[in-house]
Design a binder for this molecule. Structure first.
Ligand code: ADP
Length: 311
């Protein structure tokens, strides 16, 4: 058995789609390392190249150049084995409506050449919470159940790496949190996970490491903690007890007064909240309550992609 550190290791991957008028470079010297056992997020705006990379992993698209190893297996050297290492859950709920979950999984196991005695169809259906529905036509399943069925389908050959393309796109809030729980459970059971998502909150909730891509290139690749610390500006608001003219020494914090609240923005690497309170004190500004807001992935994303793109 191959031992490996990274579930996915890609180096200098390039892919250009030829078009009549203009070619599109979907991946541009793209590289990524996804640690074995982790949940890794792939974030980027539309057209960034996420699906192209996933489609290359699933051998639906051929790369032009570069190297990719899936769980230590080079896809150019042993594609068949590499395919066994990975399960991909597509974004679209493309399930034949006249198949039952049991039939669908059995069919998939057959495609992978798994002998009947080695199949774990019922166990997998139980794991994804669909055992009660094993004989129901797929068309009668809810959107959430179909998505879980697709996850089950991707798990049939017991892959070590599971890729989820926008796992909760168009899914309601309640179902989203149950899918998150399920993704974490699969990961705890030893499957490495990579997911693409539009919901930054989803990446924040699930992923230990995050790669942000734009125009086929890596913009940032780091742990979630480091990414969140990347933005050192913090916001604070005070519920005011008195009225006053904004003193000069507060202007550096972009003060805004709204509904008896004073909002300030500050750089936590330069000044502490205690020092800000001191300034308010010295200016005889009194308040009943204070709330601070940490930056989130949305702020990081905006800073890296939207703001920089406009400069
Ligand atoms: P993402 O998944 O991040 O939204 P994609 O990988 O789908 O991005 O797309 C990256 C770029 O490649 C886009 O400009 C897209 O239009 C282009 N592209 C993707 N697939 C094809 C294709 N089959 N033919 C031509 N262009 C494509």
């Amino acid at each position: 058995m191959t031992d490996y550190i990274y579930s996915i290791e890609a180096n200098n991957v390039n892919k250009t789609f030829k078009r009549k008028n203009n070619d599109v470079k979907a991946l541009n010297d793209f590289k990524i390392k996804i640690k074995k056992g982790s949940i890794h997020g792939l974030l980027g705006p539309n057209g960034a190249g996420k699906s192209t990379f996933i489609n290359i992993l699933g051998s639906l698209v051929r790369k032009d150049t570069g190297n990719i190893k899936i769980c230590g297996v080079d896809i150019d050297k042993n594609l068949k084995l590499a395919k066994f290492k990975i399960g991909i859950v597509p974004q679209e709920l493309n399930i034949d409506p006249f198949f039952t979950p049991l039939e669908l999984l059995e069919l998939q196991a057959g495609l992978y050449g798994i002998p009947k005695k080695n199949r774990k169809t019922e166990e997998i259906l139980d794991n994804v919470g669909l055992i009660d529905k094993k004989n129901a036509y797929a068309r009668t399943l809810s959107g959430g159940m179909r998505r879980r069925l697709l996850v089950a389908k991707a798990l049939v050959h017991n892959p070590q790496m599971l890729i989820l393309d926008e796992p909760t796109a168009g899914v309601d809030v309640e179902l989203r949190s149950s899918l998150w729980k399920y993704i974490k459970k699969i990961n705890r059971q030893g499957t490495s996970i990579c997911l693409t998502t539009h919901y930054l909150q989803e990446a924040e909730e699930l992923c230990e490491n995050i790669t942000i891509i734009n125009e086929g290139k890596i913009i940032k690749d780091d742990s979630k903690e480091n990414l969140l610390n990347f933005i050192s500006t913090k916001k604070v608001s005070f519920d005011l007890l008195n009225t006053f003219e904004i003193p000069n020494n507060l202007f550096q914090f972009n003060p805004i007064i709204n509904n008896q609240k004073l909002h300030l923005t500050y750089d936590k690497s330069k000044i502490s909240i205690n020092n800000i309170i001191k300034i308010l004190d010295e200016s005889n500004i009194t308040f009943s309550e204070m709330n601070t807001y940490e930056s989130n992935l949305e702020d990081v994303f905006k800073k890296l992609i939207i703001n920089d793109g406009n400069n």
